[in-house]
Design a protein around this ligand. Structure first.
Ligand code: 5GP
Length: 114
């Protein structure tokens, strides 16, 4: 089932887009949890991590990591460090069922996470 992120991909609703390629889109989180909080998503509809498999999605996931590294550098957090998060399912705290990689940085992260 499509989510609000499909509307962002199709430019039906606005988002602060910071990177786009044929396969992925990255935009600023509407409710940022850190000075840098960017969501990196595939353009195809994959609801969650358990819908991924390495063979089929390795290159897509690689592109998402490459985008995260590029955006971390552009935002000056590549040296200081950052956190990448994939929430999966209810207990994982997933709210939007369109796979998304959170890039969080610009402050000290805590562990364990909430
Ligand atoms: P999740 O909890 O599913 O891992 O994360 C969903 C994220 O999407 C949340 O951090 C939330 O703030 C963000 N989000 C939800 N709706 C929108 C939206 O319409 N635009 C943007 N830019 N971010 C959104």
């Amino acid at each position: 089932m499509s989510t609000i992120f499909s509307k962002i991909i199709n430019k039906e609703i606005p988002a602060d887009i910071v990177f786009e390629s044929d396969n992925i889109l990255a935009f600023k989180d509407i409710n940022p949890q850190a000075p840098v909080h960017i969501l990196i998503i595939p353009k195809i509809e994959i609801p969650k991590v358990t819908d991924l498999n390495g063979k089929e999605h390795a290159s897509l996931l690689g592109e998402m990591i490459d985008a995260a590294n590029k955006l971390a550098k552009e935002n000056g957090i590549d040296e200081s460090g950052f956190r990448l998060v994939l929430n999966c399912g209810d207990n994982g705290g997933q709210e939007v069922y369109h796979l998304h990689l959170h890039l969080l940085g610009g402050r000290q992260m805590k562990w364990p996470p909430g």
